[in-house]
Design a protein around this ligand. Structure first.
Ligand SMILES: [Zn+2]
Length: 93
């Protein structure tokens, strides 16, 4: 028998709705993962007067005091990419 009771139909509708929600969440998660894994390289401008960096996303950022690590910059404020500071990398070498 292929006739569905009213309850079965309601459940199927709810399931379908849930599946759509799960799918939506999954897609959003994947987008978030992609966003999180994006990297923005900050290239240190070796200028003693102004601490500044040129970024992958085409900005120049200056920090008045300290570097990206001292200021707890983990992500680029412009593109939201994971910040990689060339100067910090140099320090670690
Ligand atoms: Zn950026």
């Amino acid at each position: 028998m292929n006739t569905w009771t009213k309850e079965e139909l309601e459940t199927a509708k709810a399931d379908g709705y849930l599946m759509a929600e799960v799918f939506k969440l999954r897609t959003e998660n994947e987008q978030q993962k992609k966003e999180l894994s994006r990297i923005c390289n900050w290239i240190w401008n070796d200028d003693p007067d102004m601490e500044s960096w040129n970024t992958d996303c085409g900005e120049t950022f200056c920090l008045i005091e300290g570097g990206t690590q001292e200021n707890h910059y983990l992500y680029c404020p412009k593109c939201g990419g994971h910040l990689i500071d060339s100067r910090e990398l140099e320090k670690k070498k």
